[in-house]
Design a protein around this ligand. Structure first.
Ligand code: SME
Length: 165
């Protein structure tokens, strides 16, 4: 496919619906995780206007920063720490309306005010990493983002093949 995205829609749900098939096409057939995840970050950042979009990957006892788009970020997060580490530990999507009210939130950038973190699962159902999306406004995410970003996380995992290099 062409490496150019055309995202239409006047609200977030319409934009996601327009974007998702294009993200799926971008990732399909690309077995290299870095290539796949990098393009997914760019697609989300530039079509949805998020402040920061990126992946943290499980490496031993830590999450390590993977492909992302946005300002520089923390490189390592321990299991159970911050929103990302809690998402890894619980295996649940975490939607944080106001990061200042989330105990233990890790402020990689003070401009980030709300956040959603979705687990990436391998074929065995283990959490292999997380997709983290941040916005510079409180309350930027809701059930619509949850629904579509869960789909993006599945696409990122390339139908469960995994994200190992
Ligand atoms: N805020 C995250 C850390 C990652 S940055 O937002 C990019 C957390 O609390 O886990």
């Amino acid at each position: 496919m062409s490496e150019e995205l055309t995202v239409t829609g006047s609200n977030r749900e319409e934009k996601y619906r327009s974007l998702l098939p294009q993200v799926r096409a971008l990732a399909a057939g690309e077995p290299d995780a870095v290539a796949r995840l990098a393009n997914i970050c760019a697609a989300l950042k530039y079509s949805m206007g998020y402040f920061w979009v990126g992946f943290y990957l499980v490496r031993g006892e830590e999450l390590v920063l993977g492909p992302f788009q946005g300002p520089v970020a923390c490189t390592r997060i321990a299991r159970g720490r911050g929103v990302c580490g809690r998402c890894w530990e619980s295996g649940e999507t975490l939607l944080v309306e106001d990061v200042r009210l989330f105990p233990g939130h890790i402020a990689c950038n003070s401009a980030s005010r709300s956040e959603i973190v979705v687990p990436l699962r391998d074929r065995e159902g283990r959490v292999a990493g997380v997709l983290d999306v941040d916005q510079d406004a409180v309350g930027a995410f809701d059930a619509i983002d949850r629904k579509y970003l869960v789909e993006v996380a599945a696409i990122a995992m390339y139908e469960g093949e995994g994200i190992e290099p």
